[in-house]
Design a protein around this ligand. Structure first.
Ligand code: GLU
Length: 386
């Protein structure tokens, strides 16, 4: 059945990020060429309609595992990384072949969280992806598992696909998984579980339905819902659907009632605020007094040195920090104009005293308003660029 709201949203999706989970494209024998072929066929159909597609594909570790004759993911991180290195070339070979049948080319793009939390590298990655799209090539993105360890890891490709959706200003995130979408209960345990067809504004309450990760993937439904929430905050819809069903991408784009649709918020965080909130991991805390908290939260002001009471952690200029109110609760996140040592020296000072305390002055503000995202903007999903 065609749903009018889906049809309308999907018609607007000129640029889409399609995320494919390991469980969709691998079977007990390794990469499932039939499923990969069906995905390539549907995506090539979208390209014919002059749509642009960026593929985020897992499956490197799973195919490395099969290649090495293993049945279970090893515990050790370095072994998983080694398997990803073995499997990644097989994964690309499979996509090369599948898209090649339609005369289409693909390009491998490996990213880490660090790449997107540095503004310059973020823009470089964006430029590369946009150039590939302009050349009508399908970027196939995966996390750069060789160098990705805790600090710089996206954690799962669901998170990565949300970042890429924002990075490329895509109009849709389609997350293909091995279940039919988001259920109100775990369908593996409850026969009466119902598929949720539509979620408004990636409502936080739906997280309770999301359960945990599957055997092959890392993220599970919870990570998919979190990803949908991130892109909803940027004003973009997500569809979670079953990628093992042949022709699913085509059906989703036709506006068929299938999987779960996350309708975006009406207002959206602008790219820069979204980047601060979701791409940069906070490196420390800056605690501010009541007056400064009111100025920041209620009056939409920048954070000046005078309101700062305490600085926790070591961070550099340009890093992201949590801004805590006098009760220790986080009220905002922001990108600092000074490093932690400098902020300690100017804490409590008037802006006019910055130069005498530091011997120089870049800016009057410790965090400029444009680089500050309020927790209420995130939690109540009322974010908008001021
Ligand atoms: N990058 C990993 C792979 O390709 C998967 C990460 C995930 O499952 O989300 O196997």
């Amino acid at each position: 059945m065609i749903s009018p709201i889906r049809k309308r949203l999907l018609a607007k999706a000129k640029r889409s990020v399609i995320k494919v989970g390991s469980a969709v494209i691998t079977s007990s024998d390794g990469l499932n060429m039939e499923v990969i072929g069906a995905i390539a066929s549907d995506i090539c159909g979208l390209l014919e309609e002059r749509r642009e597609v960026i593929l985020v594909s897992s499956g490197a570790i799973a195919s490395g595992l099969r290649r090495m004759g293993l049945t279970k993911k090893p515990e050790s991180t370095s072994q998983k990384q080694a398997l990803a290195a073995i499997g990644q070339s097989l994964l690309m070979k499979a996509y090369e072949e599948a898209f090649g049948l339609y005369g289409r080319k693909v390009a491998q793009v490996l990213l880490t969280r660090d790449d997107l939390s540095n503004r310059k590298r973020y823009l470089n990655a964006r430029n590369t992806l946009l150039t590939l799209l302009a050349w009508k090539i399908v970027p196939v993105i995966n996390e750069n598992d060789t160098v990705s360890i805790d600090e710089i890891k996206f954690g799962d490709n669901d998170n990565l696909s949300a970042m890429v959706t924002n990075l490329t200003d895509a109009d849709l995130l389609l997350s293909l998984t091995s279940t039919d979408g988001l259920y109100d209960k775990d369908p593996n345990l409850h026969k009466d579980a119902c598929l949720i067809a539509i979620v408004k504004g990636a409502d936080k309450d739906v997280l309770q339905f999301a359960g945990t990760a599957g055997r092959m993937g890392t993220g599970g439904m919870a990570a998919k819902v979190m990803a949908a929430r991130k892109v909803a905050l940027a004003g973009v819809p997500t569809v979670i659907a079953n990628g093992t069903a042949s022709g699913m991408i085509k059906r989703v784009f036709e506006g068929m009632e299938t999987g779960t649709l996350f309708v975006p918020n009406e207002t959206a965080l602008c790219g820069r605020k979204h980047w601060i909130a979701f791409t940069k991991s906070p490196r420390g805390d800056v605690m501010i007094d009541r007056g400064a908290a009111i100025a920041v939260v209620e009056k939409g002001k920048s954070l000046l040195p005078s309101g700062i009471i305490e600085v926790k952690g070591r961070f550099s200029q340009g890093d992201s920090v949590n801004v805590l109110g006098p009760d220790g609760k986080a009220i905002a996140m922001g990108m600092v104009n000074y490093h932690s040592g400098e902020i300690r020296k100017i804490a409590g000072a008037r802006s006019s005293e910055i130069e005498s305390r530091l011997g120089f002055r870049h800016d009057d503000e410790v965090i400029h308003r444009d680089n500050l995202v309020l927790m209420t903007e995130l939690e109540e999903e009322e974010g908008q660029c001021r």
